[in-house]
Ligand binder design. Sequence first.
Ligand SMILES: Cc1ncc(COP(=O)(O)O)c(C=O)c1O
Length: 366
Amino acid sequence: MTAMPIYPAHIESLKPYVPGLPISDLAARFGFEENEIVKLASNENPLGASPKALAALAKAAIDISRYPDSDCAFLVKAIAQFHDISPEWVVVGAGSESVLGNVAATILEGGRKSAHSAYSFQAYVNAAKRLGAVPIVVPSPGLKVDLDGLGRALGENPSLVYIANPGNPTGTVVEPDELVSFLSDVPPHVVVILDEAYFEFMSPQLRGDSIHWAKRFPNLVVLRTFSKAYGLAGLRVGYGIAQPALAGMLRRVRSPFTVTHTAQVAAIAALGDQEFLSRTIEMNNRVRRVLVKGLTDLGVQILDSNTNFVLARVGQGAALSRELEKHGLIVRPVDSYGLPEWVRISVGTQREVERLLQAMHVELAT
Ligand SMILES: Cc1ncc(COP(=O)(O)O)c(C=O)c1O
């Protein structure tokens, strides 16, 4: 009798997610103090989190012996009010990655397909593969989402399409009119995830009214996160917005209690602190200009970014990242995305970016 394999083939085919190197790892490896290290690898907020969110978090910590509200009722209400929609449209999760996994689990199964552009966020592949579904990867000329290519891929009958706008690790955007025209062509039985993890960093002229699109297209889920501009990456909170029929199905599938009480309370306070958000965007835009100019002066090719990071073509991304680690600097090699010549650099504070540029000047000259 032939033994059954322990793991299904589609599970064996998974590759672990490659995160940015943790500060503690690098400190231990080279004997740095943690506060000497500059991490520009995970697109986190260099200003930290809103002081209002931190105060709410400290107050809520007293309640950690209790289960959180599984439905996140107050947070859902705050998000709904913020977007001027009713609460049935909102689904919350432990980071937008968890919401996208939830959408995939609702829509995909063995034998079904998903589609996304090459050089997209790594989680899209695993979210499909772990369900036995097959990801279709559409070529991405110029490292921009090719909506015509994705449109052609609809001919292969995917059940789920992911579009990140802006994209990660590319930072590039698609124009709102092109997106609407694409969404109009998607058949109603195909669900589209519009992943807007970096929405707040987009220049206002390029932002589309994605909440309005969710009202127009019953097969659309718009994803947002508190991890990036709101500075709550460590708490893990994100959300999806979709019409109540689709959102209701997502709620059936989501695991209970995934968003902690402290995360819910801090996210409500963060959403209420739009002044902190404005400061974040202002600083990001200013320091991104310093980073872009510095890289250009070093002769490094970069992609136009509408995010809090810049993709830079440095020759050998992994090798340069290793050299920068010796300076106490963490950037993100993107060979795991199929871009071995590039590194992704998050926009930090001006001082952090200047330190990085100095080290790159040394390393690229040798
Ligand atoms: C494009 C994109 N989508 C989603 C996420 C997930 O973010 P989170 O789970 O922290 O909300 C990320 C994180 O890097 C991302 O880059």
